[in-house]
Write a protein that binds this ligand. Structure first.
Ligand SMILES: Cc1ncc(COP(=O)(O)O)c(C=O)c1O
Length: 433
């Protein structure tokens, strides 16, 4: 079992001290639940590691992993920054009164509407991804903002993190960021502009990365670029943002595969200090942008089993009341998950395939797993669904998206209500005859 889970006297699964059967009965299924204490603990691990290892740092939570207003409050309370990658994420954060001066605005194709929203509303750091975007900024900044736009430049350091190709972003062949050789001219253009202020550089090499070396390699490349740039142009970057990407286990089998966040922060901090010493470069303020490693293990999804179909000698299919609409990661990346029968955790084990209710044969949540003989009406809990589930959910087959519950002090609190069928037709324009 991953995270803060246990089995109670009724043989029910408890998450953060809450019985999942009661949660299913009172809040409905499917349901995303988050152990708030664990989420906060994960944040604290990052904070402490930085405090112990590096003099000036900022932690920015990557909202794309999972974002809602209640989480914005926690991030603000913890004094973290927030990464957003779209006008929608920015809008959510500002609606939740998250301080805009702590927002980092990303995106490889920021639309005009998004650019104007953020320019008008204010931003902590704007990450320029490409030349076209820089030219737009140079044209638009003074008309839409009365302040100098604080910039990072996103570079592709040419590091292969050996993760899934869909979540690799730092290789030369990437849709994100400036190739190293192209960045110099663009950065100089921004430095010379009255409307922009260059604070630093950014890179993000990928996600679900299971070893530290690629992060260190990226830091090395970035710092070398900074030192070369200073030598040529006399300009010192005050800040360096090395993105997110630390991986986390999704199953018990993977428990020891990933370095703990403390070790990751420590190794990066050491590397940056060492390189800065060698290059006689002033220590930049260091930013990291973890997403998955903050929320994934803290989240689980509670489903109810509907139909169970056995094909003798072939397979037993256990279908739940959700699927690829609330968790598209298996169909998208071949991601592996594990589950428990929440109302009968310990029981006679049986090999089954957990599938969703969508009209796609590929709608498989868990290809094969031993579970305690799931039956119709049982509660099924899939673990480690905290990242890139809610935020990637869809309404395919017009299935409403589940609500979100935070578990605090052994009590559930609904923080996002489930979608209703009427939500599904809210935007339809009904023809009038
Ligand atoms: C720019 C940027 N920063 C941070 C992250 C967060 O990555 P992760 O959730 O793997 O920590 C991402 C995700 O891909 C990203 O694109």
């Amino acid at each position: 079992m991953l995270g803060n889970k246990s089995i109670n006297e009724n043989n029910h699964l408890e998450i953060a001290g809450c019985d999942v059967v009661e949660l299913a009965q009172t809040m409905g299924t499917p349901l995303y639940v988050y152990d708030e204490e664990l989420l906060r603990f994960n944040m604290q691990e990052y904070e402490e590691a930085f405090r112990e290892n590096y003099p000036h740092f900022s932690l920015a939570y990557a909202g794309k992993a999972f974002l809602c207003s209640a989480l914005c409050s926690i991030i603000e309370e913890k004094n973290w920054w927030l990464d957003v990658v779209s006008g929608g994420e920015y809008y959510l954060a500002s609606s939740a009164d998250f301080p805009v001066e702590k927002i980092i605005f990303h995106g490889n194709n920021k639309t005009q509407e998004e650019r104007h929203l953020v320019l008008r509303g204010g931003v902590g750091r704007w990450v320029v991804d490409n030349e076209v975007e820089l030219n737009f900024l140079l044209e638009e900044a003074s008309s839409y903002a009365s302040y100098k736009i604080p910039l990072f430049f996103r570079l592709t350091p040419g590091v292969d993190p050996h993760t899934h190709q869909y979540i690799t972003t730092g290789k030369i062949d990437s849709k994100f960021g400036f190739p190293l050789g192209e960045a110099e001219k663009a950065i100089l253009k921004a430095i010379q502009s009255e409307d922009l202020e260059v604070w630093g550089l950014h890179c993000h090499i990928g996600s679900q990365i299971d070893h530290i070396e690629p992060f260190l390699k990226a830091a090395e490349v970035m710092l070398q670029f900074m030192a070369d740039f200073r030598k040529k142009h006399g300009f010192v970057f005050r800040e360096l943002d090395l993105g997110g990407g630390l991986g986390v286990p999704y199953t018990d089998e993977e428990r020891d595969r990933f370095p703990p966040s403390r070790l990751y922060v420590q190794a990066i901090s050491e590397k940056v200090k060492e390189m800065c010493g060698e290059l006689s470069y002033p220590l930049p303020r260091l930013y990291l942008e973890p997403g998955r490693s903050v929320v994934n293990t803290a989240g689980s999804t509670i489903y109810q089993v509907g139909s169970v179909k056995e094909i003798p000698g072939v397979k037993k299919y256990v279908a739940v009341d959700g699927g690829m609409t609330d968790n598209p990661r298996p169909i998208l990346y071949g991601a592996k998950y594990q589950a428990h029968v929440g109302n009968r955790v310990v029981g006679e084990q049986e090999k089954v395939s957990v599938v969703g209710k969508c009209c796609e044969s590929g709608d498989v949540l868990i290809e094969e797993m031993e579970l305690s003989s799931p039956r119709p009406g049982d509660i099924l809990v899939v673990e480690a669904t905290g990242a890139y589930n809610y935020s990637m959910a869809s309404n395919y087959n017009l299935i409403p998206r589940p609500g979100v519950v935070f578990l605090r002090e052994r009590k559930p609190e609904l923080v996002v209500r489930p979608e209703s069928w009427s939500d599904l037709v809210r935007r339809d324009i009904v023809p009038v005859d």
